[in-house]
Design a binder for this molecule. Sequence first.
Ligand code: PEP
Length: 252
Amino acid sequence: MNRRTIIAGNWKMNTRAQSGVELAKGVAAAVGQHPSVEVAVCPPSVYLGCIADVLAGSAVGLGAQNLYPAEDGAYTGETNAAMLTDIGCRYVILGHSERRAILGETDAQVSEKLAATLAGNLVPIVCVGETLEDREAGKTEAVVESQLRGSLEGLDEARAPGVVIAYEPVWAIGTGKTASPEQAEEVHAFIRKLLADIFSEDVASQMRIQYGGSVKPGNAKELLGQPNIDGALVGGASLAVDDFVAIINAGA
Ligand code: PEP
């Protein structure tokens, strides 16, 4: 199965209007019109509109870092799928470990958001991953399985191939510690086996699984070269045009 590599930059809460515009311009210019790799950037929600303007007509997709799973209504402070589509988004990151840890986001909430994302014809990037404590206690597979099954609860098999999974070991996010290619591949293969169990071998072979956790220009090629690693979700290194473009090129 030929899965197109997908590299997404998660800018988190780290840019302002000007720095975001410069970053988006730099990435769009470097990526060109027909990249072999699918590329997206996910700015803070308040800047989605101005980054959409910069990316218009480019091959770089726009993503949000979250959404609220409801139709328009009395939900102060929230943003729904229709609004994200309206402003030009194509992707939505769901269940990032920072949201799980800081905001208490649960698998049940992620599954509701997943349904809303797909109903809005946006591409979900569903994040799962174990903490260092989980890993040291030998619970990596149990934690990843429980998050994955819970987050994908109710997902229709026909829509599953359009869902992107991001395996992000929490101990590797923003720490400079990367999972070795072998460690990452082991969990990615496990996730693909789980997806085959939840859906089918055929569906699992079509689903893309990104790795995230201190991906840098120096380690991207080896990680992206693993058979079950189909892309990267990049935090820190997506904030510098040269680093992010080097990671994209490593996946080409
Ligand atoms: C992330 O935020 O999803 C991430 C992987 O961050 P970093 O690349 O900085 O570890």
